[in-house]
Design a protein around this ligand. Structure first.
Ligand code: ADE
Length: 360
């Protein structure tokens, strides 16, 4: 598709930020200051060794990177999919670091106008990585600008009006697109087909999350023991982003209510106070399951109905709550809607699953 440029391409880059993942200078980027302002960036691992979990994926990526370096070619375009908080952006940063290139990070909702995506593509230098988060939300026009850019490294554009229309093919430097999505199925076929490498990120084990917790606590100078790390890990829903947030919350609790050290009893106490249960479910998760049990006889019930009843956004339920509930075997998706499992009844303390079923 040819894109008509109505105005001069602007290179204002307010829609994306350039992450200086190469920065190793403690004077210009003091870690404590950065941690106060941007906690996630501060604790982001920058090498495969520091990146915990996803071991099979890491091994494959190391080989892909080594091969690209040997060929002196940019990496193929990569697509990462999986639930939020598993480290897709972090992994893209590690890849850029290993390739020794810059990464430009944006997200599909920020690429509303054609000039947004054109501006970013034209600002890329050879070999650089463009990371687009939530890539399933890219609009049709932006997607069609990306096709020739990804495939042949060209921007196809038209200028002028009606009879005076001119076609332009603007060459782009060879770059790598890394797309991230929580919904691989929502990506259009043509876009998906243009990624040479497609990988799914998996939920983390408790052992892996305990390592993440200890690493984060170390960076933030928080005193924690093995029991404390596992207590936080086991309630973090297989998700490092959640584990990292809980480290901070539990550290606050330890500071105020204990002697500052995170031990197993301190962590459990803090997490109970935060209403995060043994499975890592919060009040929204439990509200969802209870609603299905108490009002809809365990389901099936449509997601829109549930969202309306809970006053939640459908997307939040689908993207944030559901993936872990499905993985934990507490919820099922059926063609007729969502259903809770026997484990959900047991977890929430409903004594007798069959009796509850017969009750309705
Ligand atoms: N923080 C967030 N994700 C991480 C990971 N995979 N390894 C180490 N620290 C992390």
């Amino acid at each position: 598709m040819k894109i008509k440029i109505m105005s001069i391409i602007s290179d204002d880059s307010t829609d994306f930020k350039k992450v200086d993942i190469n920065s190793k200078n403690p004077v210009t980027k003091p870690e404590t200051l950065d941690c106060d302002r941007n906690f996630e960036n501060c604790i982001r691992p920058k090498s495969f060794d520091a990146y915990i979990g996803q071991s099979a994926l890491k091994e494959t990526l190391k080989i892909t990177i080594a091969a690209a370096k040997k060929r002196e070619q940019p990496l193929d375009h990569l697509l990462f999919y999986g639930p939020p908080g598993l480290g897709k952006t972090t992994l893209a940063g590690v890849i850029a670091e290993q390739m020794g290139v810059e990464i430009k990070i944006t997200s599909a909702p920020a690429l509303e106008r054609p000039r947004d995506i054109i501006g970013i593509l034209m600002s890329l230098q050879g070999g650089e990585i463009l990371f687009i988060d939530e890539i399933h939300r890219l609009n049709k026009v932006a997607e069609e600008i990306l096709y020739p850019a990804m495939e042949d490294f060209f921007l196809d554009m038209t200028t002028g009006k009606a009879q005076t229309v001119k076609t332009l093919r603007i060459p782009l430097p060879k770059f790598t697109l890394i797309g991230a999505t929580t919904k691989a199925g929502a990506l259009s076929g043509p876009l998906r087909d243009r990624f040479g490498i497609i990988h799914r990120l998996e939920f983390y084990t408790d052992d892996e999350l305990a390592q993440v917790v200890k690493r984060t606590a170390g960076i933030l100078n928080i005193d924690i023991d093995e029991g404390g790390a596992y207590a936080i890990a086991s309630r973090s829903r297989g998700t490092p982003r959640i584990a990292n947030r809980l480290v901070k919350r539990v550290a606050d609790f330890a500071l105020v209510k204990a002697d500052g050290k995170i031990t197993k009893p301190v962590a459990n106490d803090a997490l109970d106070t935060l209403k995060i249960d043994k499975c890592g479910l919060d009040t929204t998760d439990r509200g969802l399951l209870k609603l299905i049990i108490e009002k809809y006889n365990g389901g099936p019930v449509g997601i829109e109905t549930l969202a309306a009843a809970l006053g939640e956004d459908v997307r939040t339920l689908e993207d944030v709550c559901e993936p872990y509930l499905l993985q934990a075997g507490l919820l099922q998706r059926t063609p007729r809607g969502r259903k809770v499992t026997q484990s959900a009844y047991e977890h929430l303390g409903y004594k007798n699953y069959t009796a509850q079923q017969n009750l309705f």
